[in-house]
Design a protein around this ligand. Structure first.
Ligand code: ISL
Length: 570
């Protein structure tokens, strides 16, 4: 496809704001819309095209806003609708789009829809959620009496008993997050109407939370099956019954026609899809099918643990290459990739896949960024990633805030695991690593708040902060600026064909991107030892350097530790 005909988001870079941790403006220790408005210069300076804003709707905050009790308003914790309008206008003035988080697999248990559904088995909204009686012959409330054996993503069973009716409701996530029943057409109509109102307000698209879980594999008689047992737990794996369920494509196409028809071109639609395969992603992102523009897949963030994220192990580079390589090839002719290392659910990439020791932190952060941004797809930068922010030095359980981490700790310790071992895994993998406040400057609360931050600021902010990096051309920040500009300027970066080199090599990550006779060669040393490349990649020696992450020219035939080079081949 000629570059001028490609969708705008092929050239775009998205920046994710997790509002609670971005910038506080009223001193309550929690970030807010006023704070984002104050930091627009940072985003403009970076050059991003889109801001994805994690949920700011009214919410009891059981899962930091992913439990929504009103889809139509803004939580006073974060500000007001007037401020959101101000933010939309201010971003649009600067040529930046705003994408909102759409969380419609579940609501909060305080949403009026759920309160009404819960009020009585005869409620007209009873069927808006998944209500089921206990397992036949078992007392409601007894362990094992749950309608299915499914394990929740946040520990414990996926079913919560409602004492009043003696029935259970389904929650794939926390008990405060009951799942909506998408089989019910009234639910779908209500969601679509809500989405249209946000678009009419000026938002430019949606990041759709766990959208591949909205279709459950329910029998004609309403039955839901047990899943295969999970090792070491009294639960089973329910995912075969709700990941990419039987009606998922139908629902997304219906949503498309009901909400996006006639205005799709200017929007960005990205579906978060745990467990999605390349083959499924081809269907979801095929423009002719009108579902979503791209998906967030999870394969590459599942390579450094055994089955559960709480059993981490080192990443083997060849596994990462095999995975990325397959996704690049699988979506080469149809569909599109999203590219990410970090988001609010993942530990910090520099600590996880790079080396956050003082010696290599800057170099590995910029190397990983180069590697990611030079793939074919739309890159997502998560707040603080552009500064090289690292995992937090959490000590005890009281340092953690996340419902997932805390639930896991309680469950694992109750099942006899050593608390120190559990904490060690949490230090590596907890989502709270991503949620410490953005490090703006070296002042005591890192410029994030004048009050007490809701989660501790990482003490390394004294050295690692935006102010220190802003004027420094060697900084992680400056490197991100260059990567984003390169995607804007060079159609080969946006659209070129991808071809993996040296797939078996564990220290070198190399690939080419080619378009209309122009070729870029990307070579990255993903480790702490120098790597000779003269024999393996002779074409790299003497080629024109378009962008590199280390100062000086170095030896053209030797990559320094964590060195990344983008070269133009003659
Ligand atoms: O974080 C995870 C890894 O353990 C996932 O299980 C995560 O919960 C999953 O990717 C879904 O994430 C999304 O939906 C959740 C919410 O907690 C996450 O923050 C959100 O990104 C429920 O709404």
């Amino acid at each position: 496809m000629p570059p001028e005909q490609a969708a705008w988001w092929t050239r775009a870079v998205v920046y994710q704001v997790y509002p609670r941790s971005f910038q506080d403006s009223d001193g309550d220790g929690i970030g807010d819309l006023g704070g984002i408005l104050r930091r627009l210069d940072h985003l403009v300076d970076l050059g991003v095209d889109v801001v994805w804003l994690s949920p700011v709707y009214p919410s009891p905050q059981a899962d930091n806003g992913y439990d929504i009790s009103d889809y139509e308003d803004i939580d006073p914790l974060f500000g007001s609708l007037a401020q959101l309008d101000e933010l939309i206008a201010a971003l649009h003035e600067r040529g930046v789009k705003l994408v909102m988080d759409l969380v419609v697999n579940h609501t909060s248990d305080r949403h009026p829809w759920f309160l009404e559904s819960r009020s009585s088995p005869d409620s007209p909204k009873r069927d808006w959620y998944w209500w089921r009686p206990p397992r036949p012959g078992l007392e409601p409330g007894r362990p094992g009496a749950e309608p299915t054996n499914w394990h929740s993503f946040f520990s414990g069973p996926t079913w919560e008993l409602d004492e009043a009716s003696g029935e259970y409701y389904l929650h794939l996530f926390a008990r405060e997050q009951p799942d909506l029943n998408w089989e019910n057409p009234e639910v779908r109509r209500a969601v679509y109407a809500m989405m249209r109102r946000w678009l009419d307000r000026g938002v430019d698209g949606f990041r759709m939370d766990v959208i591949n879980m909205i279709s459950k594999d329910v029998g004609a008689d309403g039955s839901l099956p047990d899943g295969p047992p999970l090792p070491g737990l009294p639960y089973g794996d329910g995912t075969p019954s709700f990941l990419c369920g039987p009606r998922i494509h139908e629902f997304l196409q219906e949503m498309h026609h009901e909400v996006f028809d006639g205005r799709r071109e200017s929007l960005l639609l990205v579906g978060e899809m745990p467990g999605v395969t390349v083959e499924q992603a081809r269907l979801f992102t095929d423009p002719a099918r009108a579902e979503v523009d791209m998906v967030f897949q999870f394969e590459h963030v599942g390579l450094d643990f055994d089955g559960s994220k709480w059993r981490p192990r080192p990443l083997r580079m060849r596994d990462l290459k095999a995975s990325f390589g397959r996704w690049q090839a699988g979506l080469a002719d149809v569909g599109w990739n999203s590219l990410y290392w970090d988001n609010h659910d993942q530990p910090r990439a520099v600590s996880r896949f790079g080396d956050d020791s003082p010696r290599f932190r800057r170099d590995s952060a910029t190397c990983l960024a180069t590697l990611l941004h030079l793939h074919r797809g739309t890159p997502y930068v998560y707040q603080g990633e552009e500064l090289g922010m690292a995992n937090a030095p959490f000590t005890g359980i009281d340092d953690f805030r996340d419902v997932e981490s805390r639930g896991h700790f309680a469950q694992a310790v109750a099942h006899g695991e050593d608390p120190d071992d559990v904490l060690a895994a949490m230090r590596r993998m907890s989502r709270d690593n991503a949620r410490t406040p953005v490090q703006w400057d070296a002042s005591p609360s890192a410029g994030f708040t004048t009050g007490t931050p809701w989660i501790a600021v990482n003490p390394d902010h004294a050295e690692w902060n935006a102010e220190a990096q802003r004027g420094d051309p060697a900084s992680v920040l400056a490197h991100h600026r260059r990567l984003i500009a390169l995607r804007h300027d060079d159609p080969v970066v946006a659209l070129g064909d991808f071809s993996m080199l040296l797939p078996e090599h564990d220290e070198l990550y190399a690939f080419t991107r080619s378009l209309d006779g122009a070729t870029l060669l990307v070579v990255c040393n993903v480790g702490g030892a120098a790597q000779p490349i003269g024999e393996l990649l002779p074409q790299a020696v003497g080629a024109e350097l378009v962008l590199g992450n280390l100062p000086g020219d170095g030896d053209p035939a030797l990559l320094r530790p964590w060195e990344a080079r983008v070269l133009r081949l003659p």
